[in-house]
Design a protein around this ligand. Sequence first.
Ligand code: UGA
Length: 441
Amino acid sequence: MSVICVIGTGYVGLVTGTCLADMGNQVTCVDIVPEKIERLKQGVLPIYEPGLKELVERNVRADRLRFTTSYAEGLKDSEFIFIAVNTPPDNTAGGADMRYVESAARNIAEELDHYAIIINKSTVPVGSGDFVSRVVRNNLQRPDVRFSVVSNPEFLAEGSAVRDCQNPDRIVLGSSEPEAAQKVAHLYLPLRAPIVVTDLYTAEMVKYASNAFLATKISFINEIAQICERLGADVKEVAVGMGYDRRIGSGMLGAGLGYGGSCFPKDVRALAHMADEAGLHPQMLHAVMEINHDQRRLVVAKLTNILGSLRGCTIGLLGLAFKANTDDMREAPSVDIIRWVTAQGAVVRAYDPVAMETGRFSLEQEGVRLDAVTFCETAYEVAENADAVVVVTDWNEFKSLNMQQIRDSMRRPVLVDGRNIYEPAEMNHLGFIYRGIGRGT
Ligand code: UGA
């Protein structure tokens, strides 16, 4: 059993802290937002993540998991201090805003009174481990106190975060002090995952390179989808055929609206930015970003190809969240699509199984005209008198809808499937004018 402090109760912090507690450790999660901590103490989670609430409750009941706003309380006796605060994009062309990491490091330095290993879980630009070391060293209240810094990037995906955390493909640890990295490795031994121990810079790079590679797979398959569409092939089956090759793998080959969320867009931009700053021109990363942006426009182009002008049309949107099983709206394609179709004079009817509140909030924040958007209670309501329905998020709920009922309630039976969740032949048979992404139709 180890005593652990986790700074930040966002996706990464809360999931990591809870999973570490579930492995039998004593974990205290610290967050500077008092309302968040108050709510967590009452069992109210700041995020929607399948399985997390039960896990938090179980570990709080066992008194292995605590929440506080006090660094002093969190750091008391802690051997490991995880920094898991967010690093949002900054105002430059793609850099990361290190403000929260810096303030976490400062706060740690002010309270630390014993040796501890500070572990960076936040996605930070390569070289940030040194930055954290510097900030802690320069702000230590007790300059005699020793500490080590280890980079331990996280690889969990929203919607499957608990599973990813409990069954990781690998653990990556980087440090200039191999003994410190080994101690952290020990913490993860019960997970029986391969552990890669390397230097700080390399560990930080593994995170960016992994996300950029996955994003590249998505842009690649989206480009193939466009070619399939022209040449009459079906990208969904092409992906299946490719995926069996173990060198390729079947993941991240789903053509559609491209990647969104808080990670891929930010991390690909940040990696390209780091490369640009280093005097390189990372051509592939720039192409990946360009293709991703075009995918969203493509869906709107499909609508105008069928409907002609969108003026006066009602466009139904199935899904708002950037992907299924989350209420996260960061860089969600729905925002761009709503912005573009309403700018062309259409009105929108939208429904998402969990992202209604976050959806409305984000649209407002992004300056989208809310008077042109009706938030519906069900997927069926979205379709009522719609001139077209667009599948934006691949929620399971949408895969088992009564599509006959949907079609019958629409003004025009246009179905643009931005996530390829339906079969073209079935939809055509039901009388839809169906357009998927790269499905030879
Ligand atoms: C991603 C990575 O998958 C995690 O490994 C990583 O830890 C995380 O970023 C992070 O850096 O924190 P996440 O953004 O939660 O996780 O979601 P993904 O499931 O990877 O999906 C990202 C985007 O790609 C979504 O918009 C999704 O719709 C899209 N996507 C995914 C596709 O368009 N096609 C696919 O085949 C798969």
